[in-house]
Design a binder for this molecule. Structure first.
Ligand code: SAH
Length: 256
């Protein structure tokens, strides 16, 4: 394994929601760089006693790459641990490109993204027949600008299921923009704070009252806002399990 580094998705919080492969690689690692502000430290419970652990919250990109390069040069087993899945707001691409430039090999081990953990703890399905068959993952503009064709107001017109990351601090503006963009003000909304952590909170409302409820709960970070009719109770049944519907595996019953 020396000479290669592993990017690992640590999952949303619950230390059992990491892949078996990710867990093993962390336990075997000599050098660990992890996103301390979001990764549950419990994930690092069974590391080697000699493992050197760096919190990337204190590091810039050059420093992260410097630590990886030095470790790989010394033949140390190195892992870079991201929250959720690294492919979603993980800033993983810029690291991979730098490693390509240095000729350092890497592999990515996926994780359970927080947006999937949120559906699990809400006990909902994002893609309900007749309600929404599309999920938009997005964020509000912060210091990272939004590309001009991806403004929230434009995305809202689809009335699809929407999962909004990194934006809980702007929830009032978020809701008013979603209404201006075309969601019914009574569209259900859930805010999930620290999904699967021991201090998880779930706040349920609609576009007119969720902001107030979130403020009352003092939720200011590490939360997802999920929006859409999928949170309601009206939908069509699936074709897949329809008893009259023939699939590749099963012949549908005759209608009487
Ligand atoms: N790669 C991560 C997302 C990193 S961006 C993933 O796949 O989940 C950080 C944002 O993700 C936070 O601002 C918050 O919006 C969301 N987030 C991360 N972990 C969360 C959790 N356990 N519960 C709710 N939201 C979470």
């Amino acid at each position: 394994m020396a000479g290669k580094i592993y990017f690992i998705g640590a999952g949303p919080g619950d230390p059992e929601l990491i892949t078996i492969k990710g867990k093993r690689l962390i336990e075997e690692a000599d050098v660990i760089i992890y996103a301390g502000s979001l990764v549950n430290p419990e994930i690092l419970r069974n590391t080697k006693l000699s493992a050197v652990i760096h919190d990337s919250a204190y590091l810039n990109l050059d420093e992260v790459i410097g630590i990886i390069k030095e470790a790989v040069d010394k033949g140390l087993r190195t892992v870079r641990v991201h929250t959720g899945d690294p492919a979603v707001y993980g800033a993983i691409r810029e690291q991979m490109d730098r490693l390509d430039g240095l000729g350092i090999e890497y592999e990515v081990i996926p994780g359970v993204s927080s947006f999937l953990a949120a559906a699990a703890v809400l006990k909902k399905e994002y893609t309900l027949p007749d309600v929404s068959q599309t999920v938009i993952l997005t964020r509000m503009e912060g210091r990272t600008p939004m590309p001009p064709k991806e403004k929230l107001i434009d995305l809202a017109k689809h009335n699809s299921t929407m999962v909004i990351f990194l934006s809980i601090g702007f929830i009032e503006e978020m809701c008013s923009t979603l209404i201006s963009g075309g969601y019914d003000p009574k569209t259900p909304v859930a805010v999930v704070y620290k999904a699967t952590w021991p201090d998880q909170k779930i706040v349920i409302g609609d576009l007119t009252d969720i902001a107030r409820k979130v403020k009352e709960e003092r939720i200011e970070k590490t939360a997802l806002t999920v929006v859409g009719g999928f949170l309601g109770n009206e939908y069509g049944l699936s074709k897949l399990y329809d008893k009259y519907f023939t699939t590749g595996y099963r012949k549908g019953a005759e209608r009487e």
